[in-house]
Write a protein that binds this ligand. Sequence first.
Ligand code: SF4
Ligand code: SF4
Length: 78
Amino acid sequence: MKNDENRMEIDPSRCKGCGVCLRACPRNCIVLGSDINNMGYQYARFEHNNCIACGLCFYSCPEFGAIKVFKKTSKGLN
Ligand code: SF4
Ligand code: SF4
């Protein structure tokens, strides 16, 4: 994945694997992985880079700080 593309990041240690962000994403960018975090949850991960940085995953996630979204701009990501 190139650094200058729209993307999101999930903090595995904060994700509870609820799947809300998967259903919120209009581009099917997010999947539930098979790995388990230190709370015992199967956490979500960013899979595809056709992200449009819409922020729906960020706004839908009930776990504060679990998701960050990076939007490509003419000045780079912010
Ligand atoms: S920012 Fe939008 S397109 Fe990108 S992963 Fe989140 S919901 Fe999907
Ligand atoms: S909505 Fe948040 S807690 Fe739920 S699977 Fe997505 S990142 Fe994890």
